[in-house]
Design a protein around this ligand. Sequence first.
Ligand code: NOJ
Length: 570
Amino acid sequence: MLLRIAAILTLLVSGTPAAHAQKGGPDRPWWKSAIVYQIYPRSFKDSDGDGIGDLKGIISRLDYIKSLGVTAVWLNPIYSSPNDDNGYDVSDYRNIMKDFGSMEDFDALLKGLHTRGIKLVMDLVVNHSSDEHVWFRQSRSARNNPYRNYYHWWNAENGRPPYRYSLFDINHDAWMYDSLTNAYYLHYFSRKQPDLNWENPQLRKEVYDIMRFWADKGIDGFRLDAFQFAAKDTTFPAFPKGFEKNFTLFYAMQGNLHGYLQEMNRDVLRKYDVMSVAEGAGNSFEDAHNLVDADRMELNMAYPFDGVDIPKLNGYSLLHFKEVFSRWDSAFEENGWLSVFLANHDQARMVSRFGNDHPAFRQLSSKMLSTFIMTMRGTPYYYYGDELGMTNAGLDKIEDYKDVATLNEYRHLHNSGKDVKEFMKSARFGARDNGRTPFQWDATPQAGFTSGTPWIKVNPNYITINAAAQENDPNSCLNYFRRLVSLRKDNPILVFGKYTLLDRRNPNAYAYTRTLDNKKILVLLNFTNKPAIPNTGIHLNKAKLLLCNYPTSIHTSTLRPYEAAIYELP
Ligand code: NOJ
């Protein structure tokens, strides 16, 4: 605690940009009240007809983004990349991917966002680079090359390296043999994503230089991709038999990870008014706190996966959902700060996984889920297209999938003689490409996303589910989302207020209050397609309805299918 107070005092008196970052008071920096809209640039808007979304496309839709009311945009990687993993394999960290445009386009985008009062958070992908990055090309060229130690190599004369699991490799083997120097290199993701060696101070310095390059341009934050895996025990001890694939347990939060983050904070983060969010949150609350508690001067915000991991092909239990989100909230009641989200580019669509994408319930359940995200404590991250209630793509053929993770897993199963039918079923439900189809702008061909052939199929339901149609409908998901956003912006209680779960054991309805000073808000959510009655013990007769996802409110405690209602209590 003492340390925490000391850190805060230092920030207050220092007059550095980090002190400026505390606008709104030391406990209320801007990123806590931010509403983050995540854009997958490949799929947002194509400006030149090549079928791939680009920066000029985003620029052409800045007024739309502004109209949502969101206060920050997180862009998935836009750096030069051969696109083995759609930009998560960076070949030049200081350049823009050709498909996406140029640095001039980037500058114009940043300016356009800032002029509209919207901040920009960039993905920082430095657990690994592309194998086409000049560092790796140098590194693999000779054992005595100065860049050799930018990556992890295991010389083959020492025998095979201890097994390491790779998430995307066709054989799930993270060591790739390279005959050029008779050695294996490490890649936790695809073969084209060799892991960088964070134990090398020279590499760390390069990364901090890159971060300064972008921070000097004026960006407002970094999302640290897969960073919990960056530090390694470079003796590569064997893992206990049977546990080699326990990825988070054995691969996350290793070695001197916290030391590197403290160094990054000291050398870069605290010198700018930038926020930082970790992808993942380790294995425990302790890990998560160690990443983001303010007195540690590492990162700002945890981004735990437990929530998005809940839905399975055969459904999920609301009791489990409530338990997970309540547990994370309580763990961060005092220190640290959380991200709240139900979707991102690594998940299928929110309404198809957590709600009900049947036409009868799609809009209601999608609005209900949005209500949840916008009324929880923490910083909401909202994925592009969810404001329209976009659904899973329904891709049936493996040829329709583009994602390295899905394609390599399919090949892996196929090569090992396994039945791929089950896999295709699960891909239809949960594959990442479901959440990567083009934004549905209007009912013109290709949903108004491109004049060419889109890189991935447009969801055929764009004829009815699209922004243009929803724009003119006051009851659309889109307009409901806008109302939610302004409600959150007008009510700091929804950002900072204490969260209290009510009627914990109710398997159908989720009820909670948010309390700040002498104000109280009640949120009621029906997660089913039948009426549900939350037993909150609160009388609604004097409550003021702030928002409801049905066009007419009935002001009773019986919730209609997928009803969401937000009340201010007297
Ligand atoms: C996490 C990213 O969110 C995901 O899309 C990517 O494939 C891996 N990290 C590897 O960078």
